[in-house]
Design a binder for this molecule. Structure first.
Ligand code: AMP
Length: 280
């Protein structure tokens, strides 16, 4: 496994590889890797000649400074994990390498970045789109792997590739969960023992919604579910919505479209957790 910090060195390496006809899979991450990330890496390894994993805690996608400062970082352990699964190249640039000056590109994702995460994390998807576009331009992967855990992000990246007419296949990867159902996340290590015990209620609620769905009164189902979750110590639901998986518009009638997904964000103590479950 080779490690790169500069764009020039990585581009040189990859251009040599491409001359030999090798296909490239990219897995963008912010590090603090867990089994969920490694599943994306494994999938890329089986589907491409070479896999590049990027590790970059992207400052411009954090709308709360404390969240950026407290984001877990452990490069040495990440490199060990990536080596153990057979990753080929790791790209971990400094912030100044990716942003020698502020990037002023603007995107129009329409409704996609205004709802759910977009509403509660202003500027978040703008930051994500900027960094992913940069990584795509530097690495020029054939395929890029994104987790369904960040479902709205995945939808926006697909749209980005369409808008920019990039010939990159975006490969969605299923959510990897802990044994008790909690979606794996780099932020889980920051949960206290008590919060960690409560956290599986999030997925439990989503599963209950799926079991109950379809119902005629969707807003009532959401209200009951939110109240139940909020009754847990220290847990506050930020949003819980049932949306069209393509447009991310809230569903009003149970069979409005054929791809429907429930998406949730909660604050558990100081930690923000998201999850989702397809209902159809
Ligand atoms: P992050 O480091 O949190 O930016 O995540 C990097 C990539 O890993 C994103 O595409 C995430 O959606 C994906 N990912 C994170 N957690 C999981 C999980 N539990 N299951 C599947 N993919 C995940």
């Amino acid at each position: 496994m080779e490690f790169f910090k500069t764009i020039t060195a990585l581009k040189k390496k990859l251009s040599d590889e491409k001359k030999h006809g090798r296909t490239i899979g990219l897995v963008p991450t912010m590090g603090a890797l867990h089994v969920g990330h490694l599943e994306l890496v494994r999938k890329s390894i089986t589907e491409n000649s070479l896999t590049v994993v990027s590790i970059f805690v992207n400052p411009i996608q954090f709308n709360i400074k404390e969240d950026l400062l407290k984001y877990p970082r452990d490069l040495a352990s990440d490199l060990e994990k990536l080596k153990s699964v057979g990753c080929d190249y790791v790209f971990a640039p400094e912030t100044t390498e990716l942003y020698p000056e502020p990037d002023l590109t603007r995107f129009d994702f329409g409704q996609l970045d205004k709802v759910m995460e977009g509403k509660f994390r202003p500027g978040h998807f703008y930051g994500v789109a900027i960094v992913v576009k940069k990584l795509f331009e530097i690495i020029e992967p054939d395929q890029a792997y994104f987790g369904e855990k960040d479902f709205q992000q995945l939808t926006i990246i697909k749209r980005l590739v369409e808008m920019e007419k990039m010939s990159i296949n975006i490969i969605p990867c299923e959510i990897v969960r802990e044994a008790d159902g909690l979606a794996m996340s780099s932020r889980n290590v920051r949960l206290s023992k008590n919060e960690r015990d409560i956290a599986p209620q999030i997925y439990k609620t989503l599963k209950n919604i799926k079991k109950t769905y379809p119902v005629s009164n969707i807003s009532e189902l959401l209200k009951v579910s939110i109240n139940l979750l909020n009754s847990n110590d220290g847990l506050t639901v930020e949003y819980l919505e049932i949306v069209d998986a393509k447009t991310l518009n809230p569903i009003k009638k149970p069979y409005e479209t054929n791809e429907i997904i429930a998406c949730i964000a909660v604050n558990l103590g100081n930690i923000r957790l998201i999850d989702n479950l397809k209902l159809t």
